[in-house]
Design a protein around this ligand. Structure first.
Ligand SMILES: Cc1cc2nc3c(=O)[nH]c(=O)nc-3n(C[C@H](O)[C@H](O)[C@H](O)COP(=O)(O)OP(=O)(O)OC[C@H]3O[C@@H](n4cnc5c(N)ncnc54)[C@H](O)[C@@H]3O)c2cc1C
Length: 449
């Protein structure tokens, strides 16, 4: 039986990107996808990426005039709960139709020789001497087996392959629970007054809502994301609608979906195995977007996997530096931001208003830094400014001492996580001790929900 160099589970943005990056290095790649080719990617119509990311990740470029291209904008405002103190971040963003862009990415990977099989659902791993050596999968009528030197899980929030790993195989097998994901509801609306037509997005972190352009220049997408359930998200949306005066609109249709909103597994690699994309919870801690933040990890992973395959050693040890490099490049900053935000979102509406007024956490500098990624550039001076702002809030009774405690704790835990992730072990030895430290800090951080 033919043995592929790489088998990938899932053919959406992550699976296609991984497939292309391996196939262009000359490796044989097989991608299986649960959905039919016609249904692939249809869970969402529009998604955004920063325009510069086409070049950053060498992605197929889609420009105005191409039917996949929906719209572009540059201005991103972030506002307080009572619709005040807009903070502006500038970055050219492109909105694209997801199913069509995924089809283009599939073709882009196929051009280099990656083989795609649709309507093919991962069932389990195949092992040889206790190590992964392929997969079993199901098509309409058959159970099939395919062998591969390495299996890569890009199956999205279902984490189909990661969750099937034996508990002690080396990558955590947790389910992305209701508390660990965002239930996102998008209202596609028609704006009734010309003066309300949009030139960018406006986000309201207190409610985790946003108003963004869509392909119809006379329309908008009003979105909300919340943990627990769609019903819970709708409850928060009611408060948002009652407090912020939304432009007059008519809803044309809804879209719903979930995105991981929790920390990634501590290790992405095990013997002959890598996890990426939403299956690895690589979404941005500030907004749950994950298409290009996953690519930061995949660029590293595909380069290191290429070397490992050329050396004929795809053991956990040989793939380990994927963890290390990712944490240096993005993981440490994401972990730190997640801790800070988890504590900051516990504040009350009026306290959030004060944060915006005084540039605490939600300052243009912090927001720009998070938006630009992968590195969040916050100096000690910036952090001190936040701390003094918080103390000022407590003295003038704008912030409660409970919130003061939470914010300072968030900053401190964020700092500890950043240091710990930057100090990720160079090899699997030392990992157990590292996990114990990480577990202790994450326990104090708690859940966003
Ligand atoms: C409403 C909403 C809006 C969003 N907007 C943005 C945005 O604007 N920008 C952005 O960057 N991110 C956005 N995100 C997040 C983004 O959609 C994800 O981070 C990203 O699409 C994840 O890509 P992925 O390839 O890892 O996973 P997915 O897109 O989920 O793909 C996984 C693939 O694996 C397949 N699969 C699953 N199980 C199996 C199996 N057993 N066997 C074989 N195949 C399987 C699935 O069918 C699917 O095709 C949004 C999310 C939501 C919910």
């Amino acid at each position: 039986m033919k043995k592929y160099d790489v088998i990938i589970i899932g053919a959406a943005t992550s699976g296609s990107f991984f497939a292309r990056k391996m196939a262009e290095q000359g490796f044989s790649v097989k991608v299986i996808e649960r959905l039919s080719q016609e249904k692939l990617g249809r869970r969402l119509d529009i998604f955004h990426i920063c325009k510069k990311d086409f070049a950053n990740f060498g992605l197929p470029i889609v420009e105005e005039g191409n039917p996949i291209h929906a719209f572009e904008f540059e201005n991103g405002y972030t506002k307080s709960p009572y619709d005040n103190y807009p903070k502006l971040t500038k970055d050219r963003v492109v909105g694209m139709h997801m199913p069509e862009y995924i089809a283009l990415m599939n073709q882009w990977a196929s051009e280099k020789g990656a083989e795609f099989e649709y309507s093919a659902s991962f069932e389990d791993f195949v092992y040889e001497d206790g190590k992964i050596s392929g997969i079993k999968y199901r098509t309409f009528d058959k159970e099939k087996t395919v062998l591969g030197k390495v299996v890569v899980d890009c199956s999205g929030t279902t984490s189909a392959a990661r969750k099937k790993l034996p508990k002690d195989y080396g990558v955590e097998t947790f389910d992305i629970s209701d508390e660990d994901k965002f239930y996102v509801i998008l209202r596609y609306v028609k704006l009734l007054n010309k003066e309300d037509y949009l030139d960018g997005t406006t986000g309201y972190p207190y409610y985790k809502t946003w108003i963004a352009p869509q392909m119809d220049p006379q329309g908008a997408i009003i979105g909300i994301g919340a943990c627990h359930s769609y019903e819970y998200a709708e409850g928060i949306y009611k408060d948002f609608e009652q407090t912020v005066k939304l432009p007059e609109h008519e809803i044309t249709h809804y879209e719903r979906g979930t995105t991981p909103y929790t920390r990634p597994p501590y290790s992405f690699v095990a013997d002959n195995f890598i996890v990426s994309g939403d299956a690895a919870c690589l979404t941005k801690p500030n907004n749950g977007e994950g298409v290009t933040s996953s690519m930061v990890q995949m660029e590293i992973a595909t380069r290191i996997l290429g070397e490992a395959l050329r050396n004929n050693d795809t053991s956990k040890k040989a793939l380990w530096s994927i963890n290390k490099e990712y944490n240096q490049k993005q993981g440490a900053d994401f972990a730190s931001t997640r801790a800070i935000l988890t504590k900051a979102v516990k504040a009350t509406k009026d306290e959030f208003e004060y944060f915006f007024k005084k540039d605490i956490i939600f300052s243009e500098k912090f927001l720009n830094s998070v938006a630009e990624g992968p590195e969040i550039k916050m100096s000690v001076k910036d952090i001190l400014k936040i701390v003094f702002g918080i103390l000022g809030g407590v003295l003038t009774r704008k912030l409660s001492t409970a919130t003061l405690k939470k914010l300072l704790e968030g900053l401190s835990l964020g700092n500890q996580l950043k240091k710990l992730y930057l100090d990720f072990p160079d090899s699997p030895s030392g990992y157990d001790a590292w996990i114990q430290k990480a577990d202790a800090i994450w326990k104090k951080v708690g859940k966003m929900a």
